[in-house]
Write a protein that binds this ligand. Structure first.
Ligand SMILES: [Ca+2]
Ligand SMILES: [Ca+2]
Length: 204
């Protein structure tokens, strides 16, 4: 193999990873109609399967018409959020799992006073976690995990908090997607065509 082959391969891989990690995906729960009461909603589950994101837990997407006592200006995005209320049988932990590896995850939350925990797992194995003490019920706070290691699920939990609170704007960046993805197959294919072309030129 020529040196240029590896140079091109390295350049191709670099381009590929750059194009994926630069794209942050945001789930703001505002893309479907949601009711205002827990009684009228079911727990969030596969509504975002199209993005390769799956929810398991008892959090329910509600609109902000019911008073949660939280601020309704940015970073909250209108009209919906993911809501929790222990008296409505909607309590954390909430597990968010991905069909691919990610390397950063964050969310905004409001309405709770206590310790918030975000934990990252890869293939079911604990990777890392972060804790944040929230001392105000009305203002929004942000909790985030950005790790050198990639992970494929996140557990959001609260400790010593049993009142109502809401979550919005889940934001994550993917790190490694399957090579069967059309864009990477195309990119790899283009690299091979380029390589074949340059070899033909050299033979002349
Ligand atoms: Ca319900
Ligand atoms: Ca929202």
């Amino acid at each position: 193999m020529s040196k240029s082959f590896f140079t091109k391969l390295a350049a191709g891989s670099f381009l590929l990873s750059m194009s994926i990690t630069s794209n942050a995906t945001v789930i703001n729960f505002d893309d479907f109609t949601a009711p205002g009461l827990f009684a009228d909603q079911t727990p969030l589950a596969e509504e975002y399967a199209g993005l390769g994101v799956h929810f398991s837990g008892s959090g329910e997407v509600l609109n902000s018409s019911s008073s949660f006592g939280v601020g309704l200006s940015l970073p909250f995005s209108s009209p919906n959020f993911l809501a929790f209320n222990s008296s409505a049988n909607a309590s954390p932990p909430e597990t968010i799992s991905f069909d691919y590896e990610i390397n950063s995850f964050s969310l905004d939350f409001a309405g709770s006073i206590g310790l918030i925990a975000l934990s990252a797992f890869s293939g079911g194995n604990f990777v890392d976690n972060v804790f944040l003490y929230s001392s105000t019920a009305t203002d929004w706070s942000n909790i985030s995990l950005t790790l050198a290691e990639t992970f494929d699920s996140v557990v959001f939990d609260v400790i010593d908090v049993d009142n109502t609170f809401v979550v919005d704007n889940l934001t994550f960046t993917g790190a490694i997607r399957s090579v069967s993805e059309p864009s990477s197959v195309l990119l790899f294919g283009m690299g091979l065509i380029g390589l074949a072309g340059s070899r033909r030129l050299k033979k002349r």
